[in-house]
Design a protein around this ligand. Structure first.
Ligand code: GDP
Ligand code: ZN
Length: 463
């Protein structure tokens, strides 16, 4: 049994409007304690989602503000429970006093995400849709918002459900065979099952292929700034971010940990990571920074190798370049173009064999920064063609989804191989079951109940 929860739904701080939300048994009654309608109709008697105008009251019944309120009864609400919403002016003080009054009326403070959690538990949305709610709220680009909106309609869930359903059919076949252990699968059946498994495996791998695009769209491109101490990495991060995110000092090794900033350029989101450098060090704090830098490098979609254009390129630069090229798409930034003696020193011949784009600029004066920005946008366009132009795509947008789909794909592949090698159906069953469990985890449905009811429907009439 769920209890009555309440929370301020609008962000902290002042605003034009503030909204309080209630969900659970007695929501309308509790809301009525803090809201006196102007008309004769009391809040609990109002039809679903009909706005009433009235006065908001504090715990002592004193008028605080005028506003609007409505109730929505189960199951026709966001959470699937009885809910009420109160609108007042966006005053943190009014909101806090009304919230206190709601607590006095029997509600408790809702935990983070609890409304959506209840919506999930009541079957109003599944886990991928719940994730879409968060993605939509946190979207930093138009493309990411559109993507989340598509997932919120259940597009991903429907695709997963179709695969799940295909696997349920395979499962049902196996179960039928298991009931007659003396009989082998006939070749025709084996062939059919093989094809059914292959179809689902292909559907899953096709989904898996979308995960990079999904990640890039929702989380942005990770751009790691790499370079020798004092090359100007932190200055460049600040210049791109447009504010002083990282500390800049003339003392080498100032940035001991990774520093991050996000920027949006022409609708593309970039997550800039300033690294501490990758030098071996005895200083434990610096070692930690180096470990973080390595980690950042592993996740890099793009590496900006920052070099001081007034200095000869040394072994350290070459080593960093090798490391960068091994890891990801790399862009060479020749910094400090404002200084006398600036040139574009070249790397060893074997490295110039790579087609490296070189951008010359001054992180200090900002001269040439627009060329780097244009190059970043070009790289983003190459990685994310047509982002924002398509209404919404079916993409895996986070690690949880990708992991679940990968596990499902692996299990289905194992089942297919086992079938080919003539393994007994019960061994196969485990693999298919695992695949379904992984997909069940993804959408949050319960596995067992589903399988059983489907199997009974198909095979067990009169048995
Ligand atoms: P990091 O160690 O690579 O992060 O380098 P910083 O950004 O901390 O910069 C090191 C020093 O170089 C600081 O004194 C900066 O002011 C200076 N610096 C960075 N970029 C430029 C530039 O484009 N022009 C000039 N003149 N100085 C720069
Ligand atoms: Zn730095």
């Amino acid at each position: 049994m769920s209890d009555l929860i309440a929370a301020v739904a609008t962000p902290p701080g002042t605003g034009g409007v503030g909204i309080l939300r209630l969900s659970g048994p007695g929501a309308a009654q509790a809301a009525a304690r803090v809201f006196r309608p102007k008309g004769t109709r009391a809040l609990p008697d109002a039809p679903d989602r009909q706005l009433l105008y009235g006065t908001l009251l504090d715990q002592a019944g004193q008028a605080l503000d005028t506003g609007l309120a409505f109730v929505s009864r189960a199951p026709h609400s966001y959470t699937g429970e009885e809910t009420a919403e109160l609108q007042c002016h966006g005053s943190p003080m009014v909101l806090s006093l009304v919230l206190d009054a709601l607590f006095a009326a029997g509600a408790r403070q809702a935990r983070a995400g609890e409304f959506t959690q209840r919506a999930f538990l009541n079957g109003k949305l599944d886990l991928t849709q719940a994730e879409a709610v968060i993605d939509l709220i946190e979207a930093e680009t138009p493309a990411a918002a559109r993507q989340a909106a598509g997932q919120l309609t259940g597009a991903l869930s429907r695709r997963i459900d179709a695969i799940y359903s295909g696997l349920t059919d395979v499962m049902a076949h196996f179960c039928a065979v298991l009931d007659y252990p003396d009989e082998d699968l006939d070749p025709f059946q084996t062939q059919q099952l093989q094809e059914a498994l292959q179809a689902q495996e292909e559907a899953l791998t096709a989904l898996l292929r979308t995960s990079r695009r999904g990640r890039l769209l929702s989380q942005g491109l990770t751009c790691v700034l790499l370079g020798r101490p004092n090359a100007g990495k932190s200055s460049l991060l600040n210049a791109l971010a447009g504010y002083e995110r990282a500390i800049v000092t003339p003392i080498p090794g100032t940035t001991r940990d990774t520093v991050e900033a996000t920027v949006t350029l022409e609708g593309y989101l970039f997550r800039l990571v300033d690294t501490a450098g990758l030098r071996d060090s005895d200083d434990p704090i610096e070692q930690l920074g180096v470990a973080r830098s390595r980690q950042a490098l592993d996740q890099a979609d793009l590496i900006l190798l920052v070099c001081d254009g007034t200095q000869e390129l040394g072994e350290e630069d070459t080593a960093l370049l090798d490391q960068a090229l091994d890891q990801a798409d790399t862009l060479l930034v020749m910094n400090k173009s404002d200084l006398p003696g600036y040139g574009c020193p070249m790397f060893r011949a074997e490295n110039t064999a790579h087609t490296l784009s070189v951008v010359g600029l001054s992180a200090k004066t900002g001269l040439g920064l627009e060329f780097l920005e244009a190059e970043l946008v070009r790289r983003a366009q190459a990685l994310l063609p047509q982002a924002g132009q398509r209404a919404s795509e079916l993409l895996l947008t986070n690690q949880r989804q990708t992991d679940a789909v990968r596990r499902a794909a692996e299990s289905v592949a194992r089942a297919g191989q086992a079938l080919e090698q003539g393994v007994t159906p019960d061994a196969l069953l485990t693999d298919v079951e695992q695949a379904m469990a992984a997909l069940g985890e993804l959408t949050g449905r319960t596995v067992r109940e589903d399988i059983t009811s489907r199997i009974f429907q198909r095979f067990c009439v009169g048995k």
